[in-house]
Design a protein around this ligand. Structure first.
Ligand SMILES: [Zn+2]
Ligand SMILES: [Zn+2]
Length: 558
């Protein structure tokens, strides 16, 4: 309980370390005196201009600097934007993890892949159960989302109760398990809630998000309508509820199910082991067995609903998938809506599928996993928080939630729009942003974490736009006499075979530049290189209005 000695009543600090500039990379620290707990540890997928970057993970400098205070991480659910950065972050810090059953199952897959299984303590938490971490107590509350075992968190601190909804929607007829525990939200509201941190993803959309079950009905219709051929359905690997409904429809219509795509196979495997997915016996078959069944008796569930070029669906569409090729008569259902930015890639896949004779279905085979306006208002009405802190979204989504909360009669001062890195201090008497900590995205490229920064990205951008020219030559040791070259190689600049004249002329320009240096007895290689660069780049610009990267290489021979 809060001490009212008027002097130093500590405040609760809420510090988002990511997740407020984009959808992705969710991670938030809660700090009270010498205790810190962290909610979620997600990754973001790279933007279009981050060439060659695989993923983006949060900068956790603040946690490393305060590691003695960090009591543990708690997780809302098993989506990549909430658990995806765990293997990278937990190579640097080691504190216990707490999550519900399926969330922990998916976390354990990641730890296993990175050989961290035995190093990190963890505990599976049930709904309604609370855990104590330092001066915090955390209760896991049942919600609905597009994956089983999604939780909201009630975080009890000496400064008051904060509710974090996680990603949620209100689904009275969920595919698996119970409906959201609205009663608990109401009970907490009666106790008094200091702040509500609520999912903003769909705050711009009026009304209610439909039940996931409506998609099941759509599948039944589609299976009836397209009874004569094979059905291929693309969705997110992590949308476990959707996968369940596809399996239900397949079973109902006597079709065997094949699962394609590594992430899809992993998630389905984990979910069915934990009994979060019910697969009737003899329903799943291996891809190799497809040929033993007529087309109209099979369904393929696959990754690639976002047009990702390496995913199974794209490979089927462009004919590079080893085991499945698209035939006329196939029906391909996209059971997802494209994430902004992916529309072009999705269109490309649709065109390729259509060209091969497949019927492509895009409508109505998806509902969102996030609460719309009326559901957000419901949660506010039940919990009656003193402060509103919209989370999970781009700025415009956070502002949309602010408008909803204003409609509910909240004052502007009680709605706090944070940026990642802000330190919000609050208690019953008030809330204010009092500082800023280091935050940012760290790029992961292959095995390298953080070794690709802005300089490297700029080079990649440059190479991708104008290509490269490499000038190679050999100088004699001591005398500096030209022994061989210069030779010019280029990639991504012009098609050399059709640009004889240009390349010949470029060669002459480089030779002249080298000769001039030799005549003037220039022996400093740096100077020779920059003369070559200047001369060649001037010439190329004049002739082509392009600026390829120019890389002179000088070898010394004796
Ligand atoms: Zn989610
Ligand atoms: Zn999310």
């Amino acid at each position: 309980m809060k001490q009212k000695n008027n002097e130093t009543v500590s405040k609760l600090k809420i510090i988002p370390l990511g997740g407020l500039e984009q959808i992705g990379m969710n991670i938030t620290a809660f700090e009270y005196e010498d205790s810190i707990i962290v909610v979620d540890c997600g990754l973001a997928f790279p933007a279009d201009d981050m060439l060659g970057i695989d993923l983006v993970i949060p900068d956790i400098t603040y946690l490393k600097e305060n590691i003695d205070k960090v009591k543990g991480f708690v997780f809302t659910h098993g989506h990549e934007d909430h658990i995806g950065a765990i293997p990278y972050v937990f190579k640097e810090i080691n504190v216990p993890l707490y999550a519900t059953r399926l969330t922990m199952g998916l976390i354990e897959n990641k730890l296993k892949e990175h050989n961290l299984t035995n190093k990190i303590r963890r505990k599976v938490v049930k709904f309604g159960q609370t855990i104590n971490l330092g001066c915090f107590r955390i209760e896991f509350i049942k919600t609905n989302h597009s994956i089983v075992d999604a939780a909201a968190l009630a975080i009890y601190s000496p400064a008051g109760i904060v509710i974090h909804t996680g990603d949620f929607k209100v689904d009275y007829t969920p595919v698996f398990g119970d409906a959201i525990d609205l009663g608990r939200f109401a009970e907490l509201g009666r106790k008094g809630v200091l702040a509500l941190m609520c999912d903003s993803t769909n705050a711009e959309r009026p009304g209610y998000t439909q039940s996931e079950k409506t998609v099941g009905k759509t599948f039944d219709h589609l299976f009836t309508e397209h009874a004569s051929g094979r059905i291929i359905i693309a969705t997110f690997a992590s949308n476990v509820d959707r996968v369940q409904q596809i399996i239900n429809s397949a079973y109902k219509f006597g079709r065997k199910v094949v699962v394609e795509g590594r992430s899809m196979v992993n998630v389905i495997d984990t979910a069915s082991k934990l009994e979060c997915l019910a697969i009737p016996e003899n329903t799943l078959i291996e891809t190799e067995q497809l040929k033993n069944y007529p087309d109209e008796k099979t369904v393929i569930i696959t990754t690639g609903s976002q047009g990702e070029s390496m995913a199974a669906l794209s490979r089927m569409a462009n004919g590079t998938h080893k085991k499945v090729s698209i035939n006329a008569g196939d029906t391909v259902i996209f059971s997802s809506s494209p994430i902004p930015g992916n529309e072009k890639a999705v269109t490309k896949v649709i065109n390729e599928l259509s060209r091969k004779g497949a019927t492509v279905i895009f409508q109505d085979a998806h509902v969102s996993g996030h609460a719309c306006a009326e559901e957000i208002k419901l949660i506010y009405t039940l919990t009656q928080p003193k402060f509103s802190i919209p989370v999970h979204g781009e700025y415009k989504h956070l502002k949309a939630q602010e408008r909803l909360v204003r409609d509910l009669g909240y004052d502007k001062e009680n709605i706090i729009i944070l940026s990642s890195g802000d330190v919000l201090e609050l208690n019953d008497d008030g809330a204010a942003i009092t500082g800023k900590v280091t935050v940012g995205g760290i790029y992961v490229d292959g095995l390298g974490v953080g070794d690709v920064g802005n300089v490297v990205l700029r080079d990649r951008q440059h190479l991708s736009e104008d290509g490269i020219m490499i000038v190679v030559m050999a100088l004699e040791q001591g005398t500096g006499t030209l022994m061989s070259g210069p030779e010019i190689y280029s990639r991504g600049f012009v098609y050399v075979k059709e640009s004889d004249e240009l390349m010949d002329e470029a060669h002459r320009v480089v030779s002249d530049a080298v000769d001039r240096c030799i005549d003037r007895n220039v022996t400093d290689w740096g100077k020779i290189k920059s003369s070559i660069k200047d001369a060649l780049s001037d010439y190329v610009w004049k002739k082509t209005k392009r600026r390829p990267m120019i890389l002179p290489v000088i070898m010394e021979v004796s």
